[in-house]
Design a protein around this ligand. Structure first.
Ligand SMILES: NC(=O)c1ccc[n+]([C@@H]2O[C@H](COP(=O)([O-])OP(=O)(O)OC[C@H]3O[C@@H](n4cnc5c(N)ncnc54)[C@H](OP(=O)(O)O)[C@@H]3O)[C@@H](O)[C@H]2O)c1
Length: 340
C-alpha cells in the first residue's frame, strides 16, 4: 500500500500562493483506522480563514487544509469492527465527540485543524469518527454534509426541538444557511432568509423560504422581520455574521426567542445591549458543528425527507486555488472539489 502515490494539496505557509499540490505516500491505517480513497471534498468558509492565517495563527506546516470529505473505505486496521472495505463514508469532523457532552477541550482532534485535512486522494478516519454516507446522495452532494449540514441540523434539531409553525431567520445563502433553510422547511418552520441579492432570495424561495429580506437594500432587516411576524419577532435566529449584526438579530427576536451563534462572517466579536435579553428572556447558544450521533440522525433524516444539498460549483482536483477563491464570491450553497 505504502508504495502508492497520494496526491495532496498542502500549505507551506499562509496565503493561497503557498498552497500547492504535492505527492506523498499513502498513509497506513492504525489498528482502529480506516484508509479512505476520497471522492469529493467540500469547502467551508473557515477553510479560507485557515489558508489566510486568520483562524489558526499558530498552525504548523506543512498542513493539508479542509475538513469535509466523502470516500470509499479501501483498507481497515486489524481491530476495526464498525466498517468494511467498500463502504462509502464521511468523516466526523470533531473526531473525539461521538455523542452527549462535548470533550472538555474542543478541537484537540478535529479534521482540518488539529488533525490533517481532506485535500488528499487518501485520508485516515478513526473508525469511531466516521459515518456511512446517505445512499440517496451522490458523492458531490454527500461531501457537503460534515460541517455545514451538521451545524444547521444541530442548531435546529439537536440543541432545541423544532416546533412546526414557528419562525426561524437564517442569514445569507451560504452552506450552513441553505441547509438550515432546507431542514427548517422540512420541519414545518417558516424560514425567513436574508441575502445581499434579490436573485438569490428568489432561489431561496424555490427551496421553501417563507419570506426573503435583502440586507443590502433593507439594512434594517430586523425591523422588516418584525413586521413580517406581525410585530412579534421571530422565534429563532441563526447568527452567521457577528459584530453589530448581532444587535439586529437580538431586535428581530420574539419573547423567549433563541439566538444560535454560528458564524463570524463579519467580525470575530459580538456586540449587543443586555436589557433586551432579560426583557425577552432570550436563550443564546454557541454552536460547534455537532457530534457523531447527531450526524447519524441527520443522515437518516436526509434520506427520509429527501433533502438534496445545494451545490454552487464543482471544481476538479487541479483547480483547488480557483475553488478557494470562489469562496470569496459568496456562493449559493456549497463548493465541492472532486478528487477522483
Ligand atoms: N459554529 C460552527 O460550528 C460553524 C460551522 C460552520 C460554519 N461556521 C461559520 O458560519 C459562517 C458561514 O459559513 P459557511 O461555510 O456557510 O459560509 P459560506 O458558504 O461561505 O457563506 C457565505 C454567505 O454568507 C452570506 N453573507 C456574507 N456576509 C453576510 C452578511 N454581512 N450578512 C448576511 N449574510 C452574509 C453571503 O450570502 P448572500 O450572498 O446571500 O448575502 C454568502 O454567500 C462562517 O463564519 C463560518 O466560519 C460556523
Amino acid at each position: 500500500m505504502s508504495t502508492q502515490i497520494n496526491r495532496s494539496w498542502q500549505m507551506s505557509g499562509f496565503g493561497l500562493s503557498r498552497l500547492s499540490q504535492t505527492q506523498g505516500k499513502v498513509p497506513e491505517p492504525g489498528p482502529r483506522d480506516l484508509l479512505v480513497r476520497t471522492r469529493a471534498v467540500s469547502l467551508n468558509y473557515k477553510d479560507k480563514m485557515i489558508v489566510d492565517g486568520v483562524l489558526i495563527p499558530d498552525l504548523t506546516f506543512p498542513f493539508v487544509p479542509t475538513s469535509d470529505a466523502v470516500g470509499e473505505v479501501v483498507a481497515v486496521g486489524g481491530a476495526v469492527t464498525r466498517f468494511q472495505v467498500g463502504q462509502r463514508v464521511l468523516g466526523q469532523v470533531i473526531a473525539d465527540w461521538p455523542d452527549g457532552d462535548a470533550p472538555p477541550v474542543l478541537h484537540k482532534h478535529t479534521l482540518g485543524s488539529s488533525l490533517p485535512g481532506m485535500l488528499s486522494e487518501h485520508v485516515i478516519f478513526g473508525e469511531d469518527a466516521a459515518v456511512l454516507a446517505p445512499p440517496s446522495l451522490s458523492d458531490i452532494e454527500a461531501a457537503t454534509l460534515p460541517i455545514a449540514a451538521l451545524t444547521a441540523w444541530f442548531a435546529l434539531a439537536e440543541a432545541t426541538r423544532p416546533v412546526a409553525g414557528q419562525t426561524v431567520l437564517v442569514q445569507g445563502t451560504g452552506g450552513v444557511s441553505l441547509f438550515a433553510l432546507q431542514f427548517a422547511t422540512a420541519f414545518g418552520l417558516r424560514a425567513i432568509v436574508t441575502s445581499s441579492s434579490d436573485e438569490k432570495l428568489e432561489r431561496a424561495k424555490k427551496l421553501g423560504a417563507w419570506q426573503g429580506i435583502n440586507y443590502r437594500t433593507q439594512p434594517a432587516w430586523d425591523e422588516v422581520a418584525r413586521e413580517l411576524t406581525n410585530g412579534l419577532g421571530v422565534n429563532h435566529v441563526l447568527e452567521m455574521v457577528g459584530g453589530d449584526n448581532a444587535r439586529r438579530s437580538l431586535n428581530a427576536l420574539a419573547a423567549d426567542g433563541r439566538l444560535s451563534i454560528i458564524g463570524l462572517l463579519g467580525s470575530m466579536e459580538l456586540s449587543f445591549p443586555i436589557l433586551p435579553f432579560m426583557r425577552n428572556r432570550i436563550v443564546v447558544q454557541g454552536l460547534s458543528i455537532g457530534h457523531r450521533r447527531a450526524f447519524e440522525r441527520m443522515n437518516q433524516a436526509i434520506e427520509t425527507l429527501a433533502i438534496k444539498p445545494v451545490i454552487d460549483t464543482v471544481f476538479g482536483f487541479d483547480e483547488v486555488p480557483q475553488a478557494m477563491q470562489h469562496l470569496e464570491s459568496g456562493p449559493f450553497g456549497k463548493i465541492v472539489i472532486t478528487t477522483s
